[in-house]
Write a protein that binds this ligand. Structure first.
Ligand code: NDP
Length: 343
C-alpha cells in the first residue's frame, strides 16, 4: 500500500487525516517536533502502519530532506503543519517566517529527494483567499470570493500587525510560494491546496480534550465554560467539520481532478449565539450554567458571517463529499467534552 508523509501529525486536523489514511490502509509517516509527541501519537494510533519522524522546526533548512532520503517509498506528502497561534507577539519570527520557510522546505525537499512522490497537498486556509479587508476597509462587503480569490496583505504590514492578521498573511504568503514554485520548477509531482474556513469537530482522541484546545476548537470549549453573567463574544464565520477536511485531503491525493486546484472548504455559518443555542438544545442539563444569550438574534448573527459573498461550488463539484451537518458537528464536539469531563 502507498506511503503518505504527513507533517505536523499531532495537530488537530492532521490526526484526523492520519486516522482516515490508516483506515484506508495507507502507511503513514508523521512528522512531529519531539519524541514525546511522536510516542504519544504512536500509542494512540497503535499500528505498525504508523511511524513518526522528528522535524523539530519548520524553519530548518532541508528539514524534510532526511525523511525523503530515508523513505524513498513516499508517494504522497500532505504538508499540514504551520504555526497557528493568534496570540503570538513576535509575529514575524513565530508566524510569518516559519509558515513560509516550512512550505519552501517541504517543496524543495520533495523536489530534490521525492523519488517516487506523485502528489504534494498543502493545507492552506480561507485566510489566504478572502481577508484583504482586514487591512483595507474600502473593499465592498459583498465582494465575490471563490477559489480564485487571494488575500493580499504585504509582508511588512503583517509583520507589524497583531497575531490574527499576521496568521492570515502567513497563510497567503506560504500558499503563494506553492504556486510560484509550481510555475518556476515544473515539478514532476502534482500539487493541490486545501483551503478550509474555521474547522470544528471532535478531537481524534479523547486525550486531546484539554484545558486549551487550539485556536478554533477553543471557541466552543470556551463557550461551554461561560458563567451565567458572562456574554458570548461576537465571533462568527464559515465552518466545516474536521472529519470532512481530513477526507478532502485524502480525496486530493486520490482524485486527478484535484490536481492544480485550490479546494475551498465550508459547509455552514456559525456564531457564538448559534453555539449557545446548540449547547442548550443538546446538553441543557450538563451546561445549565452557560447563559442562553439572545436566541432571537441568531438569524442575524448567522446571515452576515464573513466579509464577502463566498462561493465554493467548484470545490463541491470536484470533491462530491457528503459533509457532516453543522448541528451534528457541534453535537459531536459537545458529546466528547461531556464524556471526557464527566459532566
Ligand atoms: P494545530 O495547531 O493543531 O496543528 C499545527 C501543527 O503544526 C502541529 O503539529 C504543530 O506542532 C505544527 N507546527 C506549528 N508550528 C511549527 C513549527 N514552527 N515547526 C514545526 N511544526 C510546527 O492546528 P490545526 O490542526 O488546526 O491546523 C493545521 C493546518 O490547518 C495549519 O496549516 C492551519 O493553518 C490550517 N488551518 C486550520 C484551520 C482551523 O480552523 N483549525 C482553518 C484553516 C486552515 P506542535 O503541536 O508541536 O506545536
Amino acid at each position: 500500500m502507498s506511503t503518505v508523509l504527513v507533517s505536523g501529525a499531532n495537530g488537530f486536523i492532521a490526526q484526523h487525516v492520519v486516522s482516515q489514511l490508516l483506515e484506508k490502509k495507507y502507511k503513514v509517516i508523521g512528522t512531529v517536533r519531539t519524541d514525546a509527541k511522536g510516542q504519544h501519537l504512536a500509542k494512540n494510533f497503535s499500528t505498525p502502519d504508523f511511524q513518526y519522524v522528528i522535524v523539530s522546526n519548520l524553519s530548518l533548512p532541508g528539514g524534510f530532506d532526511e525523511v525523503f532520503q530515508q523513505h524513498p517509498e513516499i508517494e504522497y506528502f500532505l504538508h499540514v503543519a504551520s504555526p497557528f497561534n493568534f496570540s503570538d507577539v513576535d509575529v514575524e519570527e513565530n508566524l510569518l517566517k516559519p509558515a513560509l520557510a516550512g512550505t519552501k522546505e517541504a517543496l524543495s525537499s520533495a523536489h530534490k529527494y521525492g523519488k517516487n512522490l506523485k502528489k504534494l497537498v498543502v493545507t492552506s486556509s480561507y485566510a489566504a483567499m478572502g481577508w484583504t479587508y482586514l487591512i483595507d476597509k474600502s473593499i465592498p462587503d459583498d465582494i465575490y470570493i471563490d477559489e480564485d480569490s487571494w488575500t493580499d496583505i504585504p509582508w511588512d504590514v503583517a509583520a507589524k500587525s497583531n497575531g490574527f492578521i499576521a496568521y492570515v498573511a502567513s497563510k497567503a504568503h506560504a500558499e503563494r510560494e506553492v504556486w510560484n514554485f509550481r510555475e518556476r520548477e515544473n515539478p514532476k509531482f502534482e500539487l493541490t491546496v486545501v483551503n478550509p474556513t474555521y474547522v470544528y469537530g471532535p478531537q481524534a482522541f479523547d486525550s486531546d480534550v484539554t484545558e486549551f484546545m487550539g485556536e478554533t476548537s477553543e471557541i466552543i470549549n470556551r463557550i461551554t465554560k461561560l458563567q451565567p453573567d458572562e456574554t458570548p463574544r461576537r465571533e462568527r464565520g464559515m465552518c466545516i467539520d474536521v472529519r470532512d477536511v481530513a477526507g478532502a485531503h485524502i480525496i486530493a491525493i486520490e482524485k486527478d481532478e484535484c490536481n492544480g486546484k485550490r479546494l475551498l472548504l465550508f459547509n455552514a455559518s456559525f456564531s457564538e449565539q448559534n453555539f449557545l443555542n446548540l449547547i442548550h438544545k443538546f446538553y441543557p442539563e450538563q451546561f445549565k450554567n452557560v447563559p442562553i444569550g439572545e436566541p432571537e438574534t441568531t438569524e442575524a448573527t448567522l446571515t452576515k458571517t464573513f466579509w464577502g459573498d463566498i462561493h465554493n461550488e467548484k470545490t463541491r463539484e470536484i470533491l462530491k463529499q457528503d459533509w457532516y451537518s453543522h448541528e451534528q458537528c457541534v453535537k459531536d464536539v459537545l458529546e466528547q467534552i461531556v464524556r471526557v469531563r464527566g459532566l
